[in-house]
Design a protein. Structure first.
Length: 343
C-alpha cells in the first residue's frame, strides 16, 4: 500500500514535504489560523491532485478543513473513511460559538458523505449522529502503545517524590480537562493534612494560556504543591506514569472521547480516577484499574481518590495488568482497519 498524509505546516521548522517510514507527508500552507483550525484556499489544488491519485481517502474528524477534500472524493467516486474522534465544544463569546457551529456543521456533512465511520465505543452511543449513521459505523478502541520508561527520568522523579503522594495529570492543560475540580478536592482540610503534590506532564493547550495562568494562580492561592514537567518524550511520560500514585482525569465535556493516557498509565500499572463521561469511563470499566465518578462532583472525586489510594492492590495487580494488556492490544483495531481499507 502507498500512503500519503496531508496536514498543515503549523510550524516553520517543519518541511513542506518529506517521507517518514515510507509515508509521504504533505504540509500545506495556510492564509490564517482560526482557533484550532486553518484557512487554506491554496489547499484545493493539492486536494484534487491527491484524490485523483489515491484510491481511499481517510479523514480525521473533527475538522473543518477536510470538507473540500471529502467533496472532491465523492466527485471522483473515491471511498471515504472517517475516523470520528470527538465532538467539539469551544468556550468563549459569539465568535467561538460561531466557529463551533460552522465546525460541527462541516463535521456532519463529512460524516454524511463518508462510506465508513470508525468511532470509539460507548462515546458514540451518547451522540445523536449515532442513530443517523449507525449502519455505516464500526467501533474500535484507539491504538495504544505500551510506553518505554526512561530510567534516568524515573530515578530523578523517584528521588524528588520521597514519601509524598503524587497525583498525575497528563496531556494538554485545557479547560475541558476539569483540573479546577481536582483543585477543589485538594483544597479541602482532610487533604491538606496529606503530603500530596499534583504533577503535570504536558504542554499548554492551543488557546488555553489564560486557563493555564488561572490554574497556576489557584495552586498558589490554595497552597497546593505542584510540579509542571512541561512537554515530555514518550519514555519520559512512561517514567511519569511509573512514579505517580494515581492518574486523575476529571474531564467535564464530550470534547474528551477516551483519554489514551488512561490506558497508557494502566499498561504501566498505574490506577486511574476519571469522570463518568461516555468514552472517558471506558478504560476504567473495561480494565477495573480505577474508578469513575460523576462529572464536576468534587466530593465523589475525593472519595474515589481515597478509595484507590487506600486499596491500591485492588486496582493494580498482576492479574489486572495482564487483563489490561489484552484489552488494549492493537490487533483488533489494526485488523478492523485492514478489513475496511481492503474491502
Amino acid at each position: 500500500m502507498d500512503f500519503t498524509v496531508i496536514t498543515f505546516r503549523f510550524s516553520k521548522n517543519l518541511a513542506e514535504e518529506e517521507i517518514l517510514n515510507n509515508v509521504k507527508i504533505i504540509r500545506l500552507p495556510f492564509v490564517v489560523k482560526i482557533s484550532k483550525g486553518f484557512l487554506s484556499p491554496q489547499s484545493i489544488l493539492t486536494f484534487i491532485s491527491e484524490v485523483r491519485r489515491n484510491d481511499v481517502i481517510v479523514i480525521n474528524i473533527p475538522n473543518f478543513e477536510a470538507l473540500p477534500l471529502v467533496l472532491f472524493s465523492k466527485i471522483f467516486r473515491k471511498k471515504v473513511i472517517s475516523i470520528f474522534l470527538c465532538k467539539v465544544f469551544l468556550n468563549g463569546g459569539f465568535l467561538s460559538k460561531l466557529i463551533n457551529t460552522v465546525l460541527n456543521a462541516s463535521v456532519y456533512v463529512q460524516l454524511s458523505l463518508s462510506d465508513k465511520i470508525v468511532v470509539i465505543p460507548d462515546y458514540v452511543e451518547s451522540l445523536s449522529v449515532y442513530h443517523k449513521f449507525k449502519n455505516k459505523i464500526s467501533k474500535a478502541v484507539p491504538l495504544i502503545e505500551e510506553l518505554q520508561v526512561d530510567p534516568q527520568m524515573l530515578k530523578f522523579l523517584k528521588s524528588k517524590k520521597a514519601d509524598e503522594i503524587w497525583l498525575g495529570i497528563a496531556g494538554r492543560i485545557s479547560r475541558e480537562k476539569g483540573i479546577d475540580y481536582l483543585l477543589d478536592v485538594l483544597a479541602q482540610k482532610d487533604w491538606k493534612d496529606k503530603k500530596v503534590r499534583v504533577i503535570f506532564a504536558g504542554s499548554i493547550g492551543v488557546g488555553e494560556g489564560i486557563y493555564y495562568e488561572d490554574i497556576k494562580k489557584q495552586l498558589s492561592d490554595r497552597l497546593i504543591p505542584s510540579v509542571f514537567l512541561g512537554k515530555v518524550t514518550d519514555a519520559e511520560l512512561g517514567a511519569f506514569f511509573k512514579s505517580i500514585d494515581v492518574l486523575v482525569f476529571p474531564s467535564i465535556n464530550e470534547t474528551e472521547a477516551f483519554g489514551i493516557v488512561q490506558a497508557e498509565a494502566m499498561l504501566l500499572g498505574t490506577p486511574v480516577v476519571s469522570s463518568n463521561l461516555p468514552g472517558v469511563r471506558l478504560a476504567v470499566r473495561m480494565s477495573k484499574m480505577g474508578l469513575s465518578v460523576n462529572v464536576k462532583d468534587s466530593k465523589a472525586f475525593s472519595n474515589a481518590l481515597k478509595k484507590v489510594l487506600e486499596n491500591k492492590n485492588k486496582f493494580t495487580n498482576e492479574r489486572l495488568l495482564k487483563k489490561a494488556k489484552k484489552i488494549f492490544s492493537q490487533s483488533p483495531t489494526v485488523n478492523l482497519f485492514e478489513k475496511i481499507l481492503t474491502n
